[in-house]
Design a protein around this ligand. Structure first.
Ligand SMILES: *[C@@H]1O[C@H](CO)[C@@H](O)[C@H](O)[C@H]1NC(C)=O
Ligand SMILES: *[C@@H]1O[C@H](CO)[C@@H](O)[C@H](O)[C@H]1NC(C)=O
Ligand SMILES: *[C@@H]1O[C@H](CO)[C@@H](O)[C@H](O)[C@H]1NC(C)=O
Ligand SMILES: *[C@@H]1O[C@H](CO)[C@@H](O)[C@H](O)[C@H]1NC(C)=O
Ligand SMILES: *[C@@H]1O[C@H](CO)[C@@H](O)[C@H](O)[C@H]1NC(C)=O
Ligand SMILES: *[C@@H]1O[C@H](CO)[C@@H](O)[C@H](O)[C@H]1NC(C)=O
Ligand SMILES: *[C@@H]1O[C@H](CO)[C@@H](O)[C@H](O)[C@H]1NC(C)=O
Ligand SMILES: *[C@@H]1O[C@H](CO)[C@@H](O)[C@H](O)[C@H]1NC(C)=O
Ligand SMILES: *[C@@H]1O[C@H](CO)[C@@H](O)[C@H](O)[C@H]1NC(C)=O
Ligand SMILES: *[C@@H]1O[C@H](CO)[C@@H](O)[C@H](O)[C@H]1NC(C)=O
Ligand SMILES: *[C@@H]1O[C@H](CO)[C@@H](O)[C@H](O)[C@H]1NC(C)=O
Ligand SMILES: CC(=O)N[C@H]1CO[C@H](CO)[C@@H](O)[C@@H]1O
Length: 430
């Protein structure tokens, strides 16, 4: 979708390698909001706040009542430091020394957001806070996290960005290393640009192309309630860092829809999963470079507001030869493994999707990992990782469990299937 710059459009700035500089402006063009923030590199910093003047198209507004939502209740037996309404986000990457990194983000009972970190050269998980008194994080804030190299250059330290909201609904981007200081977390300049609806979830994707040093970071959320999705987008190439832009899509979407995105195995080609205005899972193709949502596929799976939801990926194409590989799998090779809570949250369901087989219920494969007396509170998966994180409560408060996702390309029985690897330690949070 083209964004027409108005009269006070700012020319993109050159990238400043040391100093981060940013200004931003707001344009209101009918149903399109363009928020601009010229920042230096992917590592920006803070910003001012301003009223956002928008006019909203209310074409397909159909405020279907939200389905009843099971909400966890606090319990006297709750000994966990994790908040019962905590969201969950996860990251995975291998650094330039081939050390594997995993991160899991959650909210402490006192509101502070914590990171549990695992590195392949050390053992176990270590938790530490990523927010301080400068942020009044909303209790139950949605969380999403992405990581990338500043200036799309591997000689810099990998940056992690965690998106959360304040109690007044403003979006914050917590980032480390902050101002190039390893171990320090700070608010990136994206912070304060947007406010979100009470029930909104987040999903994000950061793509870096090292061949031409270009990158795209998108953050998806609901600014207003039902039937509206906002896409915030930051891009840069080998010479220029462009302003953050945003636009609203008027599509059938539940207020408080769960959201998850995963690649289909071809650069820029993603699938976005949400709940439509009737609370049923819907899949859209989202093309990152052209910023287009298309080819929606509606399913029959109920997905009430804030249902625990995540998507992992698997490559099964080694099972095929050039002759047997379905034509569509040449451009959409990956299989998506969806996990989501049942409406009462007493159980999880597992559904797979790929271009040739469509959606298939595979809950039987995770049945051995499910326990009868658990409430499933949350789910998270990092991109391109063979792990998912499952938050449950058995009556003693939230526990974060790490599950192995079966590797693709093997026939059933040949590969390690779904299994529980252990719990993610949240010590350091007491
Ligand atoms: C809203 O959705 C319901 C359920 O599909 C449908 O029956 C109703 O006609 C819709 N209303 C409008 C105004 O579109
Ligand atoms: C958790 O969220 C539910 C629903 O919003 C709310 O009723 C409940 O009070 C929250 N629990 C805590 C401990 O904040
Ligand atoms: C990280 O390395 C492991 C082990 O070599 C590999 O299985 C995994 O796919 C790598 N992950 C990424 C994101 O490259
Ligand atoms: C593990 O690797 C990281 C680099 O990713 C390094 O900073 C750290 O010192 C290493 N720790 C050990 C115990 O080798
Ligand atoms: C990457 O960054 C390093 C350190 O700033 C710089 O020396 C190098 O030229 C950069 N590489 C590219 C391809 O720009
Ligand atoms: C969020 O909820 C509060 C009370 O629960 C309400 O006053 C406020 O208007 C809501 N905000 C939005 C943007 O819906
Ligand atoms: C970078 O290269 C990719 C192809 O690998 C291309 O799709 C993209 O448009 C290029 N980006 C820029 C800014 O040139
Ligand atoms: C950036 O890439 C373009 C081609 O994609 C090239 O012509 C230009 O020289 C590059 N600029 C720098 C500073 O490397
Ligand atoms: C698509 O998914 C099905 C499982 O539902 C699997 O059997 C098949 O191998 C997958 N196809 C491809 C091309 O990966
Ligand atoms: C249910 O959970 C409790 C812990 O709260 C445990 O002691 C009990 O054995 C569990 N029951 C079953 C049937 O798993
Ligand atoms: C919440 O508790 C953690 C762990 O004790 C502590 O590090 C953090 O400062 C506390 N935050 C607030 C706002 O009290
Ligand atoms: C334009 C702008 O607001 N830039 C700010 C980005 O954040 C850094 C660090 O907080 C500030 O120093 C800049 O002024």
């Amino acid at each position: 979708m083209p964004q027409s710059p108005g009269e006070d459009y700012q020319q993109p700035r050159k990238i400043y390698f040391g100093l981060q500089r940013r200004t931003w402006i707001i344009l209101a063009i009918i149903s399109i909001v363009i928020l601009a923030a010229a920042i230096g590199g992917a590592v920006g910093a803070t910003t001012r706040k301003s009223e956002m003047k928008t006019s909203t198209s209310s074409t397909s507004a159909n405020r279907t009542a939200n389905p009843p939502t099971a909400t966890p209740t606090s319990n006297l037996m709750d000994k966990s430091p994790v908040h019962i309404n905590s969201s969950l986000a996860a990251l995975h990457w291998n650094d330039t020394s081939s050390i594997g990194h995993r991160r899991v983000y959650f909210q402490h009972k006192n509101g502070t957001i914590f990171e549990s970190a695992w590195n392949s050269n050390t053992s176990g998980w270590t938790a530490s806070p990523i927010t301080d008194s400068s942020i009044d994080a909303a209790i139950g804030t949605p969380l999403t996290a992405e990581n990338g190299y500043p200036h799309v250059n591997r000689s810099w330290d990998m940056v992690q960005s965690v998106f959360l909201t304040s109690s007044t609904g403003e979006i914050y981007e917590r980032q480390t290393p902050y101002k190039e200081q390893v171990g320090l977390w700070g608010n990136d300049n994206f912070s304060g640009l947007f406010s979100i609806s009470n029930a909104s979830s987040f999903t994000a994707y950061w793509n870096q192309d090292f061949k031409n040093a270009s990158q795209i970071l998108v953050v998806l959320f609901q600014e207003i309630g039902a039937n509206s999705l906002t896409i915030g987008k930051y891009t840069s190439d080998n010479e220029t860092s462009y302003p953050w832009v945003s636009r609203r899509e008027s599509i059938s979407i539940l207020d408080g829809s769960p959201m998850a995105m995963a690649s289909v195995g071809e650069e820029y080609s993603l699938m976005l999963y949400m709940a439509d205005s009737e609370g049923v899972m819907i899949q859209y193709q989202y093309q990152l470079d052209t910023d287009t949502l298309s080819r929606s596929r509606r399913t029959t799976y109920p997905l009430p507001r804030r249902t625990p939801f995540c998507v992992a990926t698997q490559d099964n194409t080694p099972l095929f030869t050039q002759d047997t590989l379905p034509e569509c799998a040449k451009t959409e090779p990956w299989t998506h493994l969806l996990l989501f809570g049942t409406p009462d949250r007493g159980d999880l369901r597992h559904v797979s999707w790929n271009c040739s087989s469509g959606f298939n219920d595979r809950t039987a494969m995770i049945k051995p990992l499910l326990k009868r007396n658990r409430t499933y509170l949350n789910l998270a998966a990092a991109h391109q990782d063979n792990r998912v994180y499952v938050v449950y409560d058995e009556g003693e408060g939230p526990v974060i469990e790490e599950w192995n996702v079966p590797q693709g390309g093997y026939n059933a029985g040949d590969a390690q299937g779904w299994s529980v690897l252990g719990t993610v330690a949240v010590n350091g949070t007491e």
